[in-house]
Design a protein around this ligand. Structure first.
Ligand SMILES: [Fe+2]
Length: 267
């Protein structure tokens, strides 16, 4: 698995690029949001739908999205600097439910697929051999009227594959390629220092994290909580663990269509 080998080899470079999560306000115009929203319906290879998480995802190639929309590469390059422009991962989603604690990265399944294609087709260049995690973004395309949607970003980062954290076996991962982690090993802070896999779940309340049990939250602590606003883009380390949450007195009945995209650095 050269992706993991590179993650180890370039570990310090990955850590050196860590920074606190932040928001780029009014990053997308209404017209750009409309283009991105249309794209998921016009270019889906298939649709994943999971009743347990009330989630519908049109499966769209992020690389193709960027190729078809060069303005997207320009915008993100201007905001972040250069990234590997042939390896973005991510997905669209439509949901009315909060998301559990996870880290969005390339999945083990995606790496294996890339390696397999490489063996079968000698002209194929395995992009997963030459990338390490960098930045991730999440943003809404559509929010129902008066929706109050928030995402909490944890101090904990973990370098590796896309993972959902669930030591209490609460998550049904039916159609997901994310690794389900029952142990919370390998957490590091923004400076790369190891962090414990358990704590007393600071910041957790059942009202705030109705989908995450206190025991599942143990090991996490909140770095920042940002509201999802259409046009704004939330930026965070691709290795940073995050989860959606509900703040007191906020409207908890909503529908959300959004995207997350991960950017990688070439090595
Ligand atoms: Fe995410």
């Amino acid at each position: 698995m050269s992706y993991l080998i590179n993650c180890e080899k370039y570990r310090q470079d990955i850590i050196d690029r860590f920074e606190p999560a932040y928001v780029m306000e009014k990053f997308f115009s209404d017209n750009e949001i409309q283009i991105l929203m249309d794209y998921q319906f016009q270019n889906a290879k298939r649709v994943k739908a999971r009743s347990t998480s009330c989630n519908i995802q049109s499966v769209v190639s992020m690389q193709r999205l960027f190729r078809d929309n060069p303005w997207l590469t320009d915008k993100f390059t201007e905001a972040f600097g250069e990234f590997d422009d042939d390896s973005q991962t991510g997905n669209y989603y439509i949901t009315n439910q909060l998301h559990d604690a996870h880290v969005d990265l390339i999945s083990e399944e995606e790496v294996l697929e890339d390696q397999k294609t490489c063996e079968e087709d000698p002209t194929w260049v395995a992009v997963t051999n030459t990338i390490v995690p960098w930045k991730s973004v999440v943003f809404p395309l559509f929010l129902s009227y008066e929706a109050d949607c928030y995402t909490a970003f944890m101090h904990q980062r973990r370098i590796g594959y896309a993972t959902t954290f669930d030591r209490d076996y609460l998550t049904d991962q039916g159609d997901s390629s994310y690794t389900l982690s029952r142990n919370y090993e390998g957490f590091i802070d923004i400076d790369g220092n190891p962090m414990p896999s358990t704590n007393d779940s600071p910041g957790w309340t059942e009202e705030k994290y109705p989908l995450i049990s206190k025991n599942n939250f143990s090991g996490f602590s909140e770095e920042a909580i940002f509201r999802q606003v259409t046009g704004d883009v939330i930026v965070f380390d691709a290795c940073q663990i995050h989860a959606s949450c509900q703040l007191p007195n906020s409207e908890d009945r909503w529908m959300k269509n959004g995207m997350n995209i991960q950017f990688y650095k070439s090595v």
